[in-house]
Design a protein around this ligand. Structure first.
Ligand SMILES: [Zn+2]
Length: 118
């Protein structure tokens, strides 16, 4: 488990992750739990019992964020020439001069259209 936090104003970033040795300790603490405690409660209890510095590893990191990936309004939008859906933030892919969304461009839509009237 890890997360990266970026200050988009300064560009500074930190990555916080669970120390590998803490995973063993968490597992041991969960094994010693009261039988009436469920897995989730036992995990939360273990995570809160271990001191932060012992549990977490924090590193300064550098993250390159493209302008289109920053939060906020879309920088632009276009229409996929195959499916007609909107593609935002310069994520379109051009094939033979035509803008396509990624699923159409890669022929990897996670859905299959059913041709019947709704
Ligand atoms: Zn498409």
């Amino acid at each position: 488990m890890a997360a990266t936090f970026v200050n988009s104003g300064t560009g500074r970033a930190v990555r916080v992750s669970i120390r590998p040795e803490s995973n063993q300790k968490i597992a041991e603490m969960k094994q010693c739990r009261m039988p009436e405690k469920d897995e989730k409660s036992a995990t939360i209890e273990a995570l809160t019992a271990i001191p932060e510095k012992e549990l977490l590893m924090t590193r300064q990191v550098r993250v390159s964020i493209r302008p289109q990936d920053l939060p906020g309004e879309s920088l632009n939008s276009t229409i996929c020439t195959s499916c007609g859906e909107t593609v935002r933030d310069m994520r379109e892919i051009y094939r033979e001069g035509k803008a396509l969304c990624r699923p159409c461009a890669e022929n990897k839509a996670y859905y299959e259209e059913i041709k019947e009237n709704l």
